[in-house]
Design a protein around this ligand. Sequence first.
Ligand code: CTP
Ligand code: ZN
Length: 154
Amino acid sequence: MAGKTLRVSKIRKGTVIDHIAGGHALDVIKILGITGRAGGAVTVAMNVPSKRLGMKDVVKVEGRELNPKEVDKIALLAPHATINIIRDYKLTEKKRVKLPKVIRAILKCANPACISNSKEPVQPTFYVDMEDPLHLRCHYCGYIMEKQDVLKQF
Ligand code: CTP
Ligand code: ZN
């Protein structure tokens, strides 16, 4: 393969979200609210070869670092992703996203009849029954939220 690898250019400053499962880059772009109209360069590579995943997607966002809430959201839909922070062309931080066993606060139950959607003061709480494909079980009503339910809320 030497000489046949197509390389996406390095960025000067920003975030590289690497090791996204092949075909999921657009989910990550949606989570981050990237429209392409903010001015910064956004590079997306889809279905490129990866030793670890077979095929992977990569999203590079110039001039932006992610906040912890954004990282948690990425963990929901790209549980194997690596977040690389780049400053002055140098890799300054690398972290794997991590999906906790219990998820609070970032999601609402998709079951309209769930008590967590009523006026009761209960905090939405979900158990991660399965990571891939995603199955989140509501603590209150047992409803299983899947990727599509989650994406609708972001
Ligand atoms: N990267 C970039 N711009 C830079 C530095 C790095 O876009 N100035 C990208 C690289 O292309 C790579 C990711 O950031 O996709 C992580 O960089 P690095 O850790 O150097 O690459 P790998 O060793 O391949 O990462 P890993 O071990 O996580 O697979
Ligand atoms: Zn519920």
